[in-house]
Unconditional design. Sequence first.
Length: 264
Amino acid sequence: MLRLNEEFYNPAKHLLRNKKKLMGAWLQMASPFAAEIFAKAGVDVLMIDMEHGPNDILSLMDQLRALGRFDGIPIVRAPWNDMVAVKRILDAGAYGVLIPYVNTQEEARSAVAACKYPPLGVRGVAPSPRAPGWNMNSMNYLARANDEILVMTAVETLEAVEHIEEILQVEGLDGVFIGPMDLATSMGHFCDPSHEEVQAAIQRVEEATLKSDKFLASVAGGMDAAKEKFERGYSLVIPFADGGTLGAAAKRNVELFQAMFPER
């Protein structure tokens, strides 16, 4: 949260606008402790998941407070392209949003509008929530929010792929996020983004985005896969998550124990 008289500034948005490389992590456990651990580790972007994770506004605010003394930038995956949900997320203090399942230029315009105060959008103006500092730092936030809030939409269907050039023309949209599993499944290749048809669709989105002024983002199945995507021109890649990291560590230790004492 902004300190008294501090100017609202979103370093992640400006770095991504210049197509610098940032690493992200999912926060899907609704845990402020996991949020604090990942932020202390130095993750650039903390992606709090309100689409698939069990987060609500109160758990979101707990995590935002946990992130407050670290440099990691909180972005929230919204539950849907819904102006009320987006308004509450931003008023809670998120520095940006990832809007899922955006398939057309008009849907992308609606996503952007939900994040912008008039006259650029339809976000309701209130100086009293957490983001403007409980009315103690309101104008430093309100005057700069339209410029500093990051807006990203997800490409998760073949329809979105077919409209990618039009989506990328939307003013105020900062980047697009390829969701490979949803895209593959929507194309009839259940959970198989390696299928050649899916790869061709992903390549179309990559090529169009890299030629535009928008940044390109996605997930990866680990750091080696993330490196490969960064080398292809992606600016934001999310290669791990709080629950997945904890689960993998627990499973690895159980397997080591069982190997040490097979006859226990």
